[in-house]
Design a protein around this ligand. Structure first.
Ligand SMILES: Cc1cc2nc3c(=O)[nH]c(=O)nc-3n(C[C@H](O)[C@H](O)[C@H](O)COP(=O)(O)O)c2cc1C
Length: 186
């Protein structure tokens, strides 16, 4: 099972990207977490550009998401909102529908940030993604700037593993639900 991780930060030393990297190293044996690092290459969204031939970065982004069973987003808050680069990336998916009923979990590496999480939740809900709040994690310490300080937050690996297990279980249930919906289960 492939899960895509998207960081809302383009910073090389991003704590959000570090959190996703930590998660990628802690996935269950049958799950691969691929961190998508291309959202900075997407053009500014313009509905007039959303026609064939699509910009290559858009095709790549959409196909990565389409082939994933779920998505983990970890994003900083900028001025009480989500970073423009992440909103731009999501705007490219509104009409094409790769996030339609897609299981998504939000990780939060910024203890003070709540507006960005609320804004992301609103946007993903209107895009009909399937948010899994019980698998989300808020990291309140040990994610110091510039390094994956997993080791300085003793219980973080366990929390990440539990979050991933909860997320994978929810994805499994989502698959079962959708098979039932199309009549594969009698
Ligand atoms: C331009 C700018 C605006 C920010 N605005 C907020 C904010 O409104 N609320 C907040 O909690 N943090 C804010 N921050 C702090 C970042 O969210 C925080 O440093 C975050 O951990 C950065 O994530 P990263 O390390 O993944 O890049 C802001 C940072 C920048 C650069």
């Amino acid at each position: 099972m492939k899960i895509i991780g998207i960081s809302g930060s383009l910073r090389t030393a991003s704590v959000n990207t570090s959190l996703l990297r930590a998660a990628a190293s802690l996935t269950p044996y049958n799950v691969k977490l691929v961190i998508y690092d291309g959202i900075g290459n997407l053009p500014h969204f313009n509905p007039e550009l959303d026609t064939e031939p699509l910009p290559l970065a858009v095709t790549d982004f959409r196909s990565q998401l389409k082939s994933s069973a779920g998505v983990i987003i970890s994003s900083p808050e900028y001025a009480h909102g989500i970073p423009g680069v992440l909103k731009n990336a999501l705007d490219w998916l509104v009409a094409s529908g790769e996030l339609y009923e897609k299981p998504i979990v939000l990780f939060n590496a910024s203890p003070r940030a709540s507006y960005a999480q609320a804004s992301l939740t609103e946007t993903l809900t209107v895009m009909t993604a399937r948010l899994i709040p019980e698998a989300s994690i808020n990291v309140t310490q040990g994610m110091g700037d510039g390094a994956p300080h997993v080791s300085s937050n003793a219980d973080l690996p366990k929390r990440i593993e539990c979050a991933l297990a909860t997320f994978v279980k929810a994805i499994g249930l989502a698959c079962a639900d959708s098979r039932a919906a199309v009549g594969e289960h009698s």
